[in-house]
Design a protein around this ligand. Structure first.
Ligand SMILES: Cc1cc2nc3c(=O)[nH]c(=O)nc-3n(C[C@H](O)[C@H](O)[C@H](O)COP(=O)(O)OP(=O)(O)OC[C@H]3O[C@@H](n4cnc5c(N)ncnc54)[C@H](O)[C@@H]3O)c2cc1C
Length: 497
């Protein structure tokens, strides 16, 4: 294979190149810089600032996903039993993120006030079937130490005291129910990304180049050669390790890498929109994130929720996301993104997913065609007193769901997946949910499988555990372990139950 261009100077070789400056690459950069400070890292970002795509404060919901309130994390199995294994694993991953933030904050390395606020997480439903579901879910979840503090109520007055906007103008005789976990969070992932990157830039071995885009990549002997473009000027760099953290566009670069593992994948983009309210008399009355049930036929990630958010020191209400149809993989992307990802080896899976999910595509198109009043009508399910003139519309980020070739044909996945080359020289992150909240666990997994860890795995794993918080040892009881971690994180991060 021939080179893009012969790299000639010392700025053209790095031990690791991280593509994209969103929450994923910045978390990875932070972990590498803390445990392997001598490694030469380059982060390239095509925009002129970090965290501006899905990680952007207005581009996601800012929920610290701990599975406290998201009903789609506790689906029913074929027999109608509630499954909580996904909720437990998400909760544990999020606690790991909190543990890292606590450690870094305690060491004076980041400022949690810039990105973290504690806020109750509430699930809210109406109608007898949904109430029975919520009660069973509550009973099952509270038998685990992760969710022991969950409260359940069917009392109109009590739910009013938790979230007055849910009950205002609602008929007090309608059957409603809610669960609440007071120790929920609102996270500004864009601000967190900036905290991580400003910390790693103290390390002279870390370089960040903005307005610099990955164009192509290929493996030449044991090294990756990357063609990059900066303000129209193309150069090439070499590296031992590449992380593709380009958000929705990762799928295209994974395909360009030509690693055999890339063959099974395709992408299904979904756009999003929020209703936003800045009126102080309303924002002051709502202090929680309230998740409802998804509409029938809607994708699981479009569960509507009414969120208190703090963005740029301003308190806001966001409702949504309203999912929509698009062919772009990034907000600052191209309408050709989807078409350029269709290849010989994924076209059948993609077509099959298209046919099998006709209802979903129709749903997304119909959502895209909704007008302001019909969106506010939808909001009224959670907030009956909503007035269209108090709300305006804003675009959210893009999500690219994974299409994967399986034994049973093409399948649409709503989770997150790491694709690693067999030699550990390249990793790529696909998918969107639970996303940013679990970035720490995901990036630890990426690191552990990379060539960077190859020669010293045990020692480096120990360093990571010491950085975050020790892992549960085989002999330990999980109830005691999680209680201790939560106590420690609460005390450092300032949550007073
Ligand atoms: C509507 C919505 C709501 C969400 N809500 C939540 C939530 O409440 N909680 C939660 O935890 N997660 C949520 N998520 C998911 C979360 O936002 C994402 O999982 C996370 O931000 C992904 O981070 P990333 O770093 O992988 O990607 P991104 O933030 O998209 O970053 C990718 C970066 O790569 C850059 N890039 C792309 N191509 C190139 C190239 N060729 N060269 C150089 N740079 C490139 C982009 O400019 C971008 O900066 C939500 C997502 C959406 C869309």
């Amino acid at each position: 294979m021939t080179s893009f261009e012969n790299p000639t100077n010392e700025n053209s070789y790095f031990d690791a190149v991280l593509v994209g400056a969103g929450i994923m690459s910045s978390t990875l950069a932070l972990l590498i810089s803390e445990v392997l400070p001598d490694i030469k890292i380059l982060i390239i970002e095509k925009l002129n600032s970090p965290g501006s795509e899905s990680t952007g404060a207005f581009n996601n919901a800012g929920t610290g996903h701990a599975a406290n309130c998201e009903l789609n994390y506790t689906p029913l199995d074929e027999k109608g039993n509630i499954k909580i294994d996904k909720a437990l694993s998400i909760n544990r991953s999020f606690e790991r993120s909190m543990s890292l933030w606590a450690s870094l904050y305690e060491a004076g390395k980041i400022d949690i006030k810039k990105f973290l606020k504690f806020i109750p997480h509430i699930s809210f439903v109406s109608g007898q079937d949904n109430i029975s579901f919520l009660k069973k879910r509550f009973q099952k979840m509270t038998s685990n130490p992760e969710f022991i503090d969950m409260e359940f109520s069917t009392s109109f007055d009590e739910i009013s005291s938790w979230a007055p906007l849910i009950t205002k103008d609602r008929n007090p005789f309608t059957k409603i129910a809610a669960t609440r976990i007071v120790r929920g969070t609102d996270i500004n992932f864009e601000a967190l990304t900036k905290e991580y990157l400003s910390l790693v830039s103290f390390n002279k071995n870390v370089e960040i180049r903005y307005k610099t885009e990955l164009v192509d990549l290929k493996k030449i002997e044991k090294k990756w050669e990357l063609e990059i473009s900066s303000e129209g000027r193309k150069t090439s760099i070499k590296t031992d390790y590449v992380f593709l953290g380009a958000g929705g566009k990762t799928i295209n670069y994974l395909q360009k890498s030509k690693i055999p593992e890339a063959k099974n994948y395709g992408g299904f983009p979904v756009s999003g929109k929020w209703l936003i309210c800045e009126k102080k008399d309303l924002t002051e009355k709502h202090n929680s994130k309230v998740y409802g049930k998804a509409d029938i036929g809607s994708p699981p990630m479009s569960v509507p929720h009414l969120d208190t958010r703090w963005i740029d020191n301003k308190k806001l209400l966001l409702y949504g996301p309203f999912a929509g149809f698009t062919t772009k993989f990034l907000k600052e992307g191209s309408y050709f993104d989807l078409f350029s990802s269709i290849k010989k080896n994924n076209i059948f899976s993609m077509l099959e997913v298209g046919f099998k999910n006709n209802d979903l595509i129709n749903y997304l198109i119909s959502q895209s065609l909704k007008n302001h009043n019909s969106r506010v009508e939808n909001l009224k399910n959670i907030m009956p007193s909503a007035n269209p003139s108090d709300w305006y519309l804003k675009n959210a980020g893009q999500r690219v769901q994974i299409i994967k070739k399986t034994e049973n044909g093409g399948s649409l996945k709503f989770g997150t997946e790491i694709v690693n080359s067999s030699d550990g020289s390249l990793s790529a992150l696909l998918g969107a949910s639970p996303g940013a909240s679990t970035a720490v666990s995901i990036m630890v997994e990426v690191l552990e499988k990379s060539v960077l860890f190859l020669n010293d795995k045990n020692n480096l794993q120990k360093k990571i555990n010491d950085l975050i918080y020790p892992e549960l040892s085989a002999s330990e009881n999980y109830s005691t372990f999680i209680k201790d971690i939560k106590k420690r994180n609460n005390s450092i991060l300032g949550f007073h139950p």
